[in-house]
Every structure is written in C-alpha cells, then in structure tokens.
Design a protein around this ligand. Structure first.
Ligand code: Z5A
Length: 212
C-alpha cells in the first residue's frame, strides 16, 4: 500500500532556544519546496482548555499540578483529529512543543514520575522527527531575561533539561539534537535537511502512535 501523508515534525528545546523562529522558517521552506506545510503550537491558547492553561501560565490563577498536566494533554488531544486529518491529506505539520514538554515540565516538579506524566499522551500521533534545540543557559540569557510567566526560572529550567535528556534516550523516536547557539540561518539549514529526510521517509508509512 502506498501512502502520501504529511510528516509530523516537532521542535522542542530549552527556553529562548529559537523554537518559534525555526518553526516559522521551516514551514516556509517546506512550502517553497512544494510540500504543503502548516505550523501548530502547544499549548494552543485559543481553545477553552488553552485559555485555562494560558491564565495559569500568566499566574492569573492557580491550578493543582496533576490537573494542569492533564489539561496540557487534553489540549493536545482536542487537536488530535485535526492533526491526523491534515497528515492524511498530505500536509506536513511543524509543531512548536508537544507531549515531551508536557512530560519534562511536570516531571520536574516534586513527586511526579516520568511514567505517570507520559501516560495521558500515550497514543497521540507519533512524530516522525523530534528536533531538540540545545542551548547553554548563559547564551539563552543573552537573548533576553526570563519573562514573568510560570516556570521561567533558571533552577526549574535546569530540572526540565534533565527530564528532556531522559526522554531523548527513547529509541522508538527519531530525536535529533541541534546546536541552537549557531546563527538562525545555520540552525535552519540543519533543521531543513533533517526535516526533508524525515518527510521523504514518512510519506510511505502509516501514522504511528506515541509511546506505544
Ligand atoms: N508547557 C508545559 O508545562 N506543558 C506542556 O505540555 C507544554 C508546555 C506544551 C509555554 O510557553 C510554556 O508552557 C513553557 C512550557 C510549558 N514554559 N516555559 N518556560 P510558550 O510556548 O508560550 O513559550 P516558550 O516555548 O517558552 O517560548 P520560548 O521558549 O521563550 O522561545 P522560543 O520559541 O524557543 O524562541 P524564539 O521565540 O524563537 O526566540 C527567542 C529570542 O531569541 C527571539 O528574540 C529570537 O529572535 C532570538 N533568537 C532565535 N534564534 C536565535 C539564534 N540562532 N541566534 C540569536 N538569537 C536568536
């Protein structure tokens, strides 16, 4: 059976690593090379669930830690039918943060195991490529101070980074670590090469399920 589906390409990374900048450039580059492509980001703050998450991140109200974790996951599941449909229509999706951020941020809090944090996202569409933008905290700091949102402290970000490193050991996923300290154009060139390879390979494969 021959498939002609789009690829699911996720960008993850530390704060200010350039995820949003690179997602936008990648969508443009894929489109210019004749591949239909769109960008999505998590959290998607436009939905009702996303608005609750946004108010939480902006510290406008508090939510219990398990509750907010499940809301972040629900925010992905509510977009799952759209993600699947677009991929099946041959549209590649470039995603700014996904379940890996979900797991890394919650499991960096005391009392949360990686396994518990992964379970609500089991079965989401599995990315064909996960690009991890790695950046030294000192270089990140030169790109601007932390904002006022929740989680934007260097101690918490260090714990998050350790959780990402654990997640990257999973051989069922195509993780690629990118040196995000290079120029925007150099980082883009590397990301584009990996993405074109992954998109080429993905088009003949069914959509797999994450962590299954
Ligand atoms: N979160 C969670 O807890 N659970 C979940 O399930 C999910 C997320 C999905 C959402 O933040 C927060 O929610 C996030 C994780 C948590 N918390 N934190 N911390 P967000 O998605 O709304 O925002 P963000 O992801 O934190 O954005 P960011 O990390 O701050 O930025 P970025 O997208 O990586 O970088 P950027 O905006 O593209 O670039 C930052 C600046 O650097 C900008 O001025 C660029 O022009 C500059 N830049 C970019 N690349 C370069 C290079 N190569 N050289 C020099 N300057 C550069």
């Amino acid at each position: 059976m021959s498939y002609r589906r789009g690829a699911l390409i996720v960008l993850e990374g530390v704060d200010r690593a350039g995820k949003t900048t690179q997602c936008m450039k990648l969508v443009q580059a894929l489109q210019q090379s004749g591949r239909p492509a769109e960008m999505i980001r998590f959290p998607d703050r436009t939905t009702k669930i996303g608005q609750l998450i946004s108010a939480y991140l902006e510290k406008k109200h508090n939510l219990e830690d398990h509750t907010v974790h499940l809301l972040f996951s629900a925010n992905r599941w509510e977009l799952e039918p759209m993600i699947r449909q677009k991929l099946e229509q041959g549209i590649s999706l470039v995603v700014d943060r996904y379940a890996f951020s979900g797991v890394a941020f919650t499991s960096a809090k005391p009392g949360f195991s990686l396994e518990w944090c992964m379970s609500p996202d089991v079965g989401l569409p599995r990315p064909d490529l996960v690009l991890f933008l790695e950046l030294n905290p000192a270089v990140a700091a030169q790109r601007g101070e932390f904002g006022a949102e929740r989680y934007e402290t260097s101690e918490f970000q260090k714990a998050v980074m350790q959780r990402f490193q654990q997640l990257m050991k999973d051989p069922s996923l195509n993780w690629q670590v990118i040196d995000a300290a290079k120029s925007i154009e150099d980082v883009h060139a590397e990301i584009k090469t990996h993405s074109e390879e992954a998109a080429e390979a993905a088009q003949h494969q069914p959509i797999a399920e994450l962590w299954k």
